[in-house]
Design a binder for this molecule. Structure first.
Ligand code: UD1
Ligand code: CA
Length: 425
C-alpha cells in the first residue's frame, strides 16, 4: 500500500441543514463521530501527521476525538469559513516544513476506503503530478464542481456550479473534494489564489489551474463507485450514508464468521467486536464497544448497549437490554430483562423479567451475581447488591439495596429474606 506523508481533513464548514446544534462532523454514525471514519481511512496509509482543520467547533471536535482513538491528530483553526482553499491554508502552520504528498479529505465523507485512497496516492506518484484530483461521474451532478478537460483529456480546470455556464454545467464528471497535492508548492499557490468568484471564497479547486500555470502536472483518478465519496448535507443523505455504513459493518462480521440471521433488521455499531461462531438473531441492536464471544446467541429483539461483554456461550434473548454488563460463560438472560452496571458469573440463569434497579435517581450502582446462581422470574435487584455463587432468588423477590445473598442460600419475598424451612414440615 503506497503511503502518504501528511493528511489534512477539512472540517470547518458549517453544515447548518442538519440543524442538530452540533458540528456536522460529530454526527454519530454507528457509535462513532462521523469524523473518525475518514481519520481511520487515512491512518491506514500510515501518515506521519494528520491535521484536522476545524472552525468554531474546534474544542468540541478535539474533545470528541480525545474520547475515541485520535491522540495522534493535530488541529488547525480556520477562524471563518471562507472557502476550501482557505481551510487548507489554515493547516499551513501545523504542517510547517512538510514536504511531499499531502492527502486532502473532507471530514463529512465517511465512506471512503483505504483502498481507494491508496489508489489515488499511487496514481499521483505514477504521474509525477503536483496535484491529483479524485473525480466521479454522476447522473445528477448538481451542486458539485465540474471537471473540465481539454481535447486530449487532460484536466485543465474545476468550475464550481455557481460559476459555470450552461455548457459546463452539462458536464457530469465532478470533483469529489479528495486530492493529493505536493507540499510546499500547494500552499504557495493557494496564497496566490484570488477570491473573484461567485462566492467570494478561496477555492481549493483553483489549485488545478495554478499548478498547470507553473508548468507542473495535474493528474486525476476516476472513482467508479459514487457511494464511496458520498457526503451528507441533509437528513436524507445522512440516512443513506448510515445505511451504507451499516451494511459494511454487517458484511465485515459475516465475512469473519459471525452468523447474522437477518441483516435487514440487525444494527451493529462500528466498534463492536464479535467472535466467529456467535449467532445474532433478528431485530437486534448492538452498541458501543460491546464484545461478544464465540458460541453466544443474541436476540431476537435484544438491545446490547455500551460496555456489554458476553463471554463464551452466553445468551441474551427477547426484550432484554444490557448496559455495562458482563455475562459470564454460559450465562443466560433470555426474556424481558434489564441488566445494567452488572457483573454476572458463569452458568447463571437470569429469569424472565429480572431487573437490576441500578439508578436511585442520583447515581448508578453495581450489581454482582456469582456463578451458577438462579435468579427467579421477576426478581428486582436494587443495587448496590450482591448475589453469591449458587444462590437462588424466588419469583418476584425484591432484593433490597446493600443486601448480600450468601452462597447457596435461597431468598424470597418483598423485601427478600432467607427462605426458612416451614415449622410443620
Ligand atoms: C467543494 C468543491 C467542489 C466539490 C465538492 C465536493 C471547492 C471550491 N469546491 O464544494 O468542487 O465538487 O466540494 O463535495 O472546493 N470547508 C472548510 N472550510 C470552509 C469551507 C469548507 O473546512 O471554509 C470544508 C467543509 O467542512 C467540508 C468541505 O470543506 O468538509 C467541503 O465544503 P462544502 O461547502 O461542502 O463544499 P463546496 O464548497 O460546496
Ligand atoms: Ca461552499
Amino acid at each position: 500500500m503506497p503511503s502518504v506523508r501528511h493528511v489534512a481533513v477539512l472540517a470547518a464548514g458549517e453544515g447548518k441543514r442538519l440543524g442538530a446544534g452540533r458540528p456536522k462532523v460529530l454526527t454519530p454514525l454507528w457509535g462513532r463521530p462521523a469524523l473518525r471514519y475518514p481519520l481511520e481511512a487515512a491512518r491506514a496509509l500510515q501518515p506521519e501527521r494528520i491535521v484536522v482543520v476545524a472552525g468554531k467547533h474546534l474544542p468540541a471536535i478535539q474533545a470528541a476525538l480525545a474520547a475515541g482513538s485520535g491522540a495522534d491528530v493535530f488541529f488547525a483553526r480556520q477562524e471563518h469559513p471562507t472557502g476550501t482553499g482557505a481551510a487548507l491554508l489554515a493547516a499551513r502552520e501545523a504542517l510547517a516544513g512538510a514536504q511531499g504528498p499531502l492527502l486532502v479529505l473532507y471530514g463529512d465523507c465517511p465512506l471512503t476506503t483505504p483502498d481507494l485512497l491508496s489508489r489515488l496516492v499511487a496514481a499521483h506518484l505514477a504521474a509525477g503530478a503536483a496535484v491529483t484530483v479524485l473525480t466521479v461521474a454522476l447522473e445528477r451532478p448538481a451542486g458539485y464542481g465540474r471537471i473540465v478537460r481539454d481535447a486530449a483529456g487532460q484536466l485543465v480546470r474545476i468550475v464550481e456550479e455557481s460559476d459555470a455556464d450552461a455548457a459546463t454545467r452539462a458536464l457530469t464528471e465532478v470533483n469529489t473534494g479528495v486530492y493529493v497535492v505536493e507540499l510546499p508548492g500547494a500552499f504557495d499557490d493557494l496564497e496566490k489564489a484570488g477570491r473573484d468568484n461567485s462566492q467570494g471564497e478561496i477555492y481549493l479547486t483553483d489549485l488545478v489551474a495554478l499548478t498547470l500555470r507553473r508548468g507542473e502536472r495535474v493528474a486525476s483518478l476516476r472513482c467508479d463507485d459514487a457511494t464511496e465519496v458520498l457526503g451528507f448535507n441533509d437528513h436524507r443523505e445522512l440516512a443513506q450514508v448510515r445505511g451504507l455504513l451499516r451494511r459494511r459493518i454487517l458484511d465485515r462480521h459475516l465475512s469473519a464468521g459471525v452468523e447474522i440471521v437477518d441483516p435487514d433488521t440487525t444494527f451493529i455499531d462500528a466498534d463492536v467486536r464479535i467472535e466467529a461462531g456467535a449467532r445474532i438473531l433478528p431485530c437486534t441492536v448492538i452498541e458501543g464497544d460491546t464484545r461478544i464471544a464465540s458460541g453466544c446467541e443474541v436476540g431476537p429483539f435484544a438491545h446490547l448497549r455500551a460496555g456489554t461483554v458476553l463471554m463464551a456461550g452466553a445468551e441474551v434473548g427477547n426484550f432484554t437490554e444490557t448496559k455495562a454488563a458482563t455475562l459470564g460463560a454460559g450465562t443466560k438472560a433470555k426474556h424481558l430483562s434489564y441488566l445494567g452496571d452488572s457483573v454476572i458469573g458463569a452458568n447463571t440463569n437470569i429469569g424472565a423479567g429480572t431487573i437490576t434497579a441500578n439508578y436511585d435517581g442520583k447515581s448508578k450502582h453495581p450489581t454482582k451475581i456469582g456463578d451458577r446462581a438462579f435468579i427467579g422470574s421477576g426478581t428486582v435487584l436494587v443495587a448496590p447488591v450482591t448475589v453469591e455463587d449458587e444462590a437462588v432468588t424466588g419469583a418476584g423477590a425484591v432484593v433490597t439495596r446493600r443486601s448480600v445473598v450468601p452462597a447457596r442460600e435461597t431468598w424470597v419475598g418483598v423485601p427478600a429474606r432467607p427462605l426458612r424451612p416451614r415449622k410443620d414440615s
